[in-house]
Write a protein that binds this ligand. Structure first.
Ligand code: ADP
Length: 154
């Protein structure tokens, strides 16, 4: 008997859940995409954040619901404003990697007060980060529910 408490075991279990088992598909747009089209994409794809990429899926920025709301206030012509001028930009984007733990990703979401993290890997060209997935607060909630369900499956 290891002598560990239930809490310690649960904590260890949680720290082992890998991002790669939980990440979902990233929804992306280009810097040239208009604010109008970005809003449409958010509705159609049912996401709260778009990742802005260049050729080859290289991450250049992130645009959130509130970024789009802010740029829409008092603005008549959303078709002419490119997402590139309102997005949060690299290198100030908080990211995670497929091999990170979901717990570390959740910690980053909380510490940085953001709703999602792009999952990235080193680009094949060697310069920049390629977007391969996303982790959101919903991802963490889903994992939490699964952990709870596990308790009744003994
Ligand atoms: P919202 O703005 O809709 O509440 P967030 O809380 O995720 O959504 O975003 C807050 C701000 O942080 C926005 O300006 C957004 O561009 C930026 N942001 C979102 N995700 C990240 C991230 N992973 N790294 C850095 N900045 C981010």
């Amino acid at each position: 008997y290891s002598g560990k408490t239930g809490n310690q075991l649960l904590g260890e279990h949680i720290q082992k859940l890998p991002v790669k088992d939980y990440k979902s598909v990233p929804v992306v747009c280009r810097e040239e995409t208009s604010v109008y089209d970005a809003i449409c994409t958010m509705f159609l794809e049912d996401v709260g954040t778009l990742y802005v990429v260049q050729e080859g899926g290289l991450l250049v920025g992130v645009v959130s619901r509130k970024d789009l709301l802010k740029s829409s206030m008092g603005n008549q012509d959303l078709q002419t404003i490119p997402v590139g001028v309102i997005m949060s930009r690299m290198p100030n984007i908080v990211t995670c990697r497929a091999e990170d733990s979901l717990f570390d990703a959740a910690t980053k979401l909380i510490r940085n007060q953001v709703d999602s993290l792009p999952v990235v890997r080193e680009a094949e060209s060697g310069t920049g980060m390629e977007v391969v997935g996303r982790i959101t607060k919903t991802t963490i909630t889903r994992a939490f529910v699964e952990l709870g369900e596990g308790a009744s499956n003994v």
